[in-house]
Design a binder for this molecule. Structure first.
Ligand SMILES: *Cc1c(COP(=O)(O)O)cnc(C)c1O
Length: 486
């Protein structure tokens, strides 16, 4: 917009028109959210929408009214669907209105959370302290908000790598991984999330550094197998560095025995990391916190408020017991990023605890949600999802046509439709067709996985809008599709 004779700004030329549009957008967003149950859980973007996004780089101005209308028509009807009560794909949170409002307010505030002596930075640090307390880490432990669990795990594994390299006499920040006298080895169950392989690849250690360990019948890490893996690697001349325990696996929600893994790590002088992207928050649900007993003993934990805490995407968090080691892994102060005793740089730099320099004000949504509802409300929602998973498992057990595929440890249910006489390949084809038809009809969004070579439908209930009746609908539909397709 023209601001004077020859100077321009991005501010609206007409603030009252901008205000009117913003008010309408808020009204429509609230209607959209309040009526989410009436829409399909998922709907495929049609060819016309694909074609719409082939438009070239805009050179001319378009009135905001028109841009907003395009959002309404071309984008809003075809979302992921995770805010829908019958969305149970992968593992996601269902968002919430306060979090969305906070994201808007954070964007208007505009602060860069790289650091600075600002109130937003105090919000960020307070949210990290609150998450630290929720996980049971001691005062003095450090942490950082990231864009998600993958980044949080990467931050934690970076600290683990650097500490273990230092024990081998190498300053890996200075000399790089090629200076390591012996290759580092990380241990995790074969059910561990794929982000750990990616992290070790990014850290220059390669996927060979990830030693996958067998699991027991409950899909938890097999401690005897872990012990022999570490002993073998020592004998082979590699340097065992860390165990990555899963507090909630993606496939089945299984929780490793964190007390036993922690004791093993202390005995073997290994870094004890917990991937708690799914299950760390079990600690705020009193009836279920025993599942993650021992998490508070970890050297580092990754968790994901955009999953079971339902913060809108994105926000993850890495917590590290040894704040000094955390800081030493990432701190870097060029001349243009000096801290001062006073002024805007008169506060700790938050970018010293991770790989991002510029950081979003993602803390605000977590802060507003936690203050509005209180932490216990989130614990109750976690318990509610676990009870719903039990209900679903009981429905499955009661249907002769269905088969439960894994023990239900938390809120993830794996099952499939039987097909008498069919081999694994035919079963997979049959169940995949059931899955895709359920998705394409918009009724519900489960996903699938494979457990020890057996294909399985998978329902991950991290959703505060789900009711038991929604799960009953899913079962009825799977049975109906099974009859139709058999
Ligand atoms: C989701 C998930 C991750 C990755 O987190 P993102 O937030 O998707 O990056 C890592 N580990 C586990 C167990 C997860 O469920």
């Amino acid at each position: 917009m023209a601001n004077g004779d020859d100077e321009h700004t991005l501010d609206p030329g007409d603030w009252s028109a901008a205000r009117a549009l913003a008010h309408r957008a808020v009204d429509e967003a609230i209607d959209h959210l309040a009526r989410v149950r009436e829409r399909p859980a998922w709907r495929e973007p049609p060819p016309s929408v694909h074609a719409f996004f082939d438009a070239p780089l805009p050179r001319e101005a378009t009135p905001l009214e028109q841009v907003y209308r395009d959002w309404q028509e071309q984008v809003r009807p075809y979302p992921m669907g995770n805010i829908h009560p019958r969305f149970w794909a992968w593992f996601m949170g269902a968002g919430n209105f306060t979090g969305a409002l906070a994201d808007f307010l954070a964007a208007v505030d505009g602060s860069n959370l790289g650091g600075g002596h600002t109130a937003p930075a105090l919000v960020d640090r307070q949210v990290v302290r609150w998450l630290r307390e929720m996980v049971g880490f001691p005062e003095g432990a450090s942490g950082t908000l990231t864009n998600g669990g993958s980044a949080a795990n990467l931050v934690a594994l970076t600290v683990a790598r650097n500490v273990k390299a230092a024990e081998a006499g190498v300053d890996v920040r200075a000399a790089g991984v090629t200076a390591l006298p012996r290759p580092l080895r990380f241990y995790a169950s074969e059910q561990v999330h794929s982000c750990h392989q990616k992290a070790l690849e990014v850290l220059g250690l390669g996927r060979a550094a990830l030693h996958l360990v067998a699991t027991d019948a409950g899909h938890r890490i097999d401690l005897a197998a872990l012990r022999s893996a570490v002993a073998e690697d020592r004998a082979r001349g590699t340097q065992p560095a860390a165990v990555i325990a899963s507090a909630g696996t993606v496939n089945t929600g299984a929780v490793d025995d964190l007390v036993a893994v922690g004791e093993f790590c202390r005995r073997e002088r290994l870094w004890f990391h917990v991937d708690g992207c799914i299950g760390a928050l079990l600690r705020i649900a009193p009836a279920h916190r025993h599942l993650v007993a021992g998490i508070e003993q970890a050297d580092s934990v990754a968790l994901d408020p955009h999953k079971w805490l339902h913060a809108p995407f994105d926000v993850g968090c890495a917590l590290v017991r040894d704040a000094h080691a955390h800081h030493a892994s990432f701190a870097l102060h060029p001349e243009y990023l000096e801290e001062h005793a006073r002024g805007i740089a008169g506060a700790p730099h938050l970018f010293d605890y991770g790989i991002e320099l510029s950081r979003s004000f993602r803390a605000l949504k977590v802060w507003m949600m936690l203050r509005e509802h209180g932490v216990e409300a989130f614990g109750r929602l976690i318990a509610q999802n676990i009870a719903q998973a039990q209900h679903l498992a009981q429905r499955i057990a009661a249907e002769p046509a269905l088969e439960l595929m894994a023990p239900v440890a938390t809120n993830i249910v794996c099952f499939r439709h039987r097909l008498p006489g069919a081999d694994e390949a035919a079963l997979k084809e049959f169940n995949t067709e059931i899955l895709l038809r359920a998705q394409e009809s918009g009724l519900a969004v489960p996903t699938d996985t494979t457990l020890a070579g057996r294909h399985s439908l998978r329902v991950a209930i991290a959703n505060h809008r789900t009711r038991r009746a929604d799960l009953d609908l899913l079962i009825d539909e799977v049975l109906r599709l099974g009859r139709t397709l058999a």
